[in-house]
Design a protein around this ligand. Structure first.
Ligand code: QAP
Ligand code: CO
Length: 172
């Protein structure tokens, strides 16, 4: 396993639409292992493959609270089925948008289908933080960031600040 570099917005690669995966093999499991290690090292709860520069429809997640046992989860070719009509706000962040957080309104519940770490097809109901996280990560697979759900003014401000930070970091 290895920690990979997380792409930071406005990196154009984060706008790519990720491609479905043929099936789950050892190479894909190695990618998922790296993604999980990268996510843990950055103190995240969810990570999409494109955030480490790999445009595949793969997500890892761990929603265990502090002091709880790790609960890694893997979603390959995930799909959202019948999102609820009722929506609610949740204060989101993103490892690719470091140190910015804001409320995003999304369906409160949905059903998801996906392949798991073994390649087994699964379906389950999502609500609460799980539903928020799945939808946030699914957005990444379509090149969408949580800041795209904010006003244009807020989004532009955040992306501009991130760009400037990276320019300053690069030039020392
Ligand atoms: C997406 O986000 C998410 O800025 C996952 O300094 C967020 O793991 C789903 C993080 C909220 C549901 C609710 C962000 C860590 C982690 C930061 C993350 C930071 C350190 C974000
Ligand atoms: Co994110």
């Amino acid at each position: 396993m290895a920690v990979r570099e997380i792409l930071i917005a406005p990196d154009p690669r984060l706008r790519e639409v990720s491609k479905p995966v043929d099936g789950v093999d050892d190479d894909l499991r190695a990618l998922m292992d790296d993604m999980l290690e990268t996510m843990y090292e950055a103190n995240g709860i969810g990570l999409a493959a494109i955030q480490v520069g790999v445009p595949k429809r793969v997500i890892v997640m761990d929603l265990a609270g502090e002091g709880e046992d790790p609960a890694p989860r893997y979603f390959v070719n995930p799909q959202i089925l019948d999102p609820s009509d009722d929506t609610g706000p949740y204060q989101e962040g993103c490892l690719s948008v470091p140190d910015f957080y804001d409320d995003v309104e999304r369906p409160l519940r949905c059903r998801i289908s996906y392949l798991d770490y073994d390649g087994t097809a699964r379906e389950e109901d999502a609500e609460g933080l799980f539903a928020v996280c799945v939808q946030h990560e699914m957005d990444h697979l379509n090149g969408v960031l949580f800041v795209d759900h904010l006003s244009r003014l807020k989004r532009d401000r955040i992306l501009k600040k991130l760009k400037k930070e990276q320019r300053l970091a690069a030039t020392g």
